[in-house]
Design a binder for this molecule. Structure first.
Ligand code: UPG
Ligand code: MN
Length: 735
């Protein structure tokens, strides 16, 4: 076998030239930060009143946090790399018949928030991979324990017999049926016939979901009726039911309509009891690791969220370009693809693209020890879930060991019994699942936490970011969904940041400072709320009362502020645009960064504290993937969707109102009446910048009448609170 890095090669790696300017810039920036700290210390020492001391201290603390977060981003900039794969050369190195088997996991949790027809589309898109079909096994985890989802998959299994040969023979690239039929496809009798079948299936599935149950007219066989009757047992609820495992397609037996084998398709709804914790998605994935271990035990596992369909049939072959070449990265544990989305509006108003999180930073981490796991679009070597590279963990039964070879067919009664056994809700008691094996428990963001711990164990990873997106997902289209999702991440991430596995202690010790810093950016994501909230409220309040808190324009320290502000934003914008972003989307990105600071980060941090104190418990609130027509329309037009009441909107509206008052009242007084712009420039600038960022909020508060506007009560409450805040401040500031 030729070496995979010489010609013809399987993959290549290039270090980006920007790493040198990045390092120089980081050095200069660090110097200015330290200088600013010196200035802060001087100011603190020379305080005049207790109030000014408190204000200076708060601003100093804010800047320390900003500086820490800035320092964590430097890890991504030290050595960014880019990779390329050459799947066209794969078969020169590896015979198609020697391709390893793959187990594909798809998670769903709620048929009303995650429409089953979309889950079916995701499954069909991966079943149709350009890969030896009999080597693929698709496992669907249904945490919603719903007959609606099972029904949808029974339908999908039948449609797949037509869809798979069609994709293969017409060699189409778009293998997600819904995406294909919404594209500009060749409309001939054959495609139209298949479209008709697809629409028929879609209508059946949607009707069943609308009715909330599978009525008799949809049941075509005694077997189906038996299967569905399990859900109608007494006391069956989504939180309380036995394991249901159903092999819907069997690669050894089932053939498509052209006589070729089908992939395995297995429906799994693990056992749930109110008395046993089920550990949300991490628990679901661990159950799938075991069930698939018993049934097929493929050496490669792909994990997918139900809304991330495959957009490229060659993806598994791309992955083989790395996996089949042992020299590609020693201790390779997983290959992560970026989370990319379809249906973003032009400006990406909610910054759902998370270009930093999903594209720029992983490329930076790839130059260190590899990107983090982001929950979906990630191919693992099964072995990765069983202890570190040099400290393997033995599962409690030998059949689960990653190198165990399954000899019995998938439908063998023994196999089925054992699969039920390992998906039981008490199976994990007194085992290493969740600690030394499988996905790690203890955080609401199981993906981040697991990836981080795997890297601490010594596993490395690869970031694979091909030109044609490998997977495409849905984005939330209302602000409240976006902020709630963020809040869940904040809580889960802080759970890691303040655990015994904190990046600051355990991380630095086991993974080294650069890698730990890269993970630290997210572990402490929630603490952005402090500097952003302080900067949103203090400069504006003090401006209103004519108290200067920043250096005046003629003061040399003013230049330090300007440099730090322009430097951080300019660099961020440059990286964003270099990663094929637009300025408009960058603007949304920085706007959402500010908005999250006074809303989701703030409440996420508060809820993290209350959870720690045992006052409340936060679960995994699944993000809705349902598209309301009116909301979709507004989203497509780039209009912010408020619509519902939420404390997060109150703080947002407060920050918006206060800065508007500060900019116009405080600003005008200082500029025109007192002629003091020189002294108040920074404060006026901050308020003005905030106002610019808050334009959609004012619009939603005062100028809109559609259903997505800010609820009147929220507007009133926030205005009253701003009034109260001003009154209290006037009392304190004049002390
Ligand atoms: O008890 C649960 C809860 C969720 N899920 C599934 O987990 C996936 C992600 O849930 P979603 O509501 O879409 O969360 P997001 O915040 O959009 O997802 C991001 O953040 C999660 C961690 O909070 C990761 O698991 C995801 O991969 C990542 O895309 C979905 O397929 C769900 O069906 C389960 O299987 N069981
Ligand atoms: Mn999601």
């Amino acid at each position: 076998m030729a070496s995979a890095t010489t010609n013809p090669r399987l993959h290549s790696l290039r270090r980006l030239r920007r790493r040198l300017p990045n390092r120089v810039f980081a050095a200069v920036y660090t110097f200015v930060i330290l200088a600013l700290f010196y200035h802060h210390a001087l100011t603190l020492l020379h305080f005049t009143t207790f109030t000014t001391f408190c204000i200076s201290l708060t601003m100093f603390v804010s800047d320390i946090i900003l500086a820490y977060m800035w320092s964590t981003t430097q890890s991504y900039r030290m050595n960014p790399v880019t990779r390329q794969e050459f799947p066209e050369n794969l078969e020169k190195f590896l015979d198609r018949k020697d391709f390893p088997a793959m187990d594909i996991f798809i998670c769903t949790a709620d048929p009303y928030k995650e429409p089953p027809i979309n889950v079916v589309n995701t499954a069909l898109s991966v079943m149709a991979y350009d890969y030896p079909t009999e080597k693929l096994s698709v496992y669907l985890s249904d945490d919603g324990g719903s007959e609606l989802t099972l029904f949808a998959f029974m339908e999908a299994a039948e449609f797949a017999r037509i869809w798979l040969p069609f994709c293969r023979e017409s060699n189409i690239i778009e293998r997600c049926p819904d995406a294909y039929f919404s594209s500009n496809y060749a409309q001939n009798p054959k495609t139209l016939e298949i479209k008709g079948m697809y629409e028929n299936m879609k209508i059946r599935v949607e009707n069943v979901v609308e009715k909330g149950k599978v009525s008799n007219e949809y049941i075509s066989s005694e077997l189906q009726s038996q299967l569905l009757s399990q859900y109608r047992a007494k006391d069956f609820t989504r939180q309380n039911h036995p394991s249901i495992i159903q092999v819907l397609l069997n690669a050894n037996k089932d053939k498509d309509n052209k006589g070729q084998p089908m992939p395995n398709l297995v429906y799994v709804s693990r056992e749930k009891r109110r008395t046993s914790p089920h550990q949300f998605k991490a628990g679901a994935l661990n159950a799938l690791i075991r069930v698939s271990g018993i049934m097929t035990n493929a050496p490669i596992i792909l994990t997918l969220d139900c809304d991330m369909y495959s957009n490229d049939p060659l993806t598994p072959q791309r992955v083989l370009c790395y996996i089949s070449d042992k020299s590609s990265r020693p201790n390779l544990g997983y290959i992560q693809f970026p989370q990319l989305y379809h249906g973003l509006n032009k400006a990406d108003i909610y910054a759902s693209e998370y270009k930093g999180l999903f594209q720029i930073n992983p490329a930076g981490m790839d130059g260190l020890s590899g990107p983090n796991y982001v929950g979906t679009g990630c191919f693992f070597l099964r072995r990765t879930f069983f202890g570190g590279p040099s400290s393997p963990a033995q599962p409690e039964i030998p059949e689960l060991s990653p190198n165990y070879i399954v000899s019995k067919p998938i439908m063998d009664q023994k196999i089925l019994d054992q699969a039920h056994h390992v998906s039981g809700c008490n199976y994990e008691n007194l085992t290493n699942w969740g600690s030394k094996m499988g996905l790690k428990y203890g955080s609401l963001v199981e993906d981040y936490y697991t990836g981080y711990r795997l890297q601490c164990e010594g596993w490395k990873s690869i970031f694979c970011d091909p030109k044609r997106p490998a997977f495409l997902g849905d984005v939330p289209i209302t602000l409240i969904d976006v902020l709630n999702q963020n809040k869940r991440w904040d809580i889960g991430l802080l759970e890691v940041g303040f655990s015994k596995y904190s990046t600051l202690t355990y991380g630095i010790r086991t993974a080294g400072i650069l890698v730990a810093q890269a993970f630290g950016q997210y572990a402490f994501w929630g603490i952005w709320c402090f500097p952003i909230t302080f900067y949103a409220f203090i400069p504006s309040l003090t401006l209103l009362y004519g108290i200067p808190i920043f250096p005046k324009v003629s003061d040399p320290w003013f230049l330090a502020y300007i440099f730090l502000f322009l430097g951080a934003n300019g660099k961020d914008c440059l990286d964003f645009v270099l990663a094929k972003g637009t300025f408009r989307r960058w603007w949304s990105d920085q706007r959402m960064w500010h908005m999250r600071g006074v809303s989701s980060h703030l409440f996420g941090s508060i809820e993290f504290i209350t959870k720690r104190l045992g006052i409340s418990t936060q679960g995994f609130n699944v993000t809705s993937k349902v598209m309301d027509d009116e909301q979709s329309k507004r989203y497509d037009q780039g209009i912010f969707e408020f619509g519902v009441e939420s404390p997060m909107f109150v703080t947002l509206a407060m920050a918006a109102t206060l800065n508007l008052m500060a900019f116009f009242c405080g600003g005008i007084v200082q500029i025109f009446k007192e002629r003091n712009l020189e002294v108040f420039f920074v404060q006026v600038f901050i308020a003005g910048f905030a106002v610019l960022n808050c334009l959609p909020i004012y619009e939603a508060m005062f100028f809109r009448s559609d259903k997505g506007r800010m609820p009147t009560r929220t507007t009133i409450i926030s205005t009253l609170l701003v009034g109260g805040l001003c009154a209290a401040s006037s009392f304190i500031l004049k002390m």
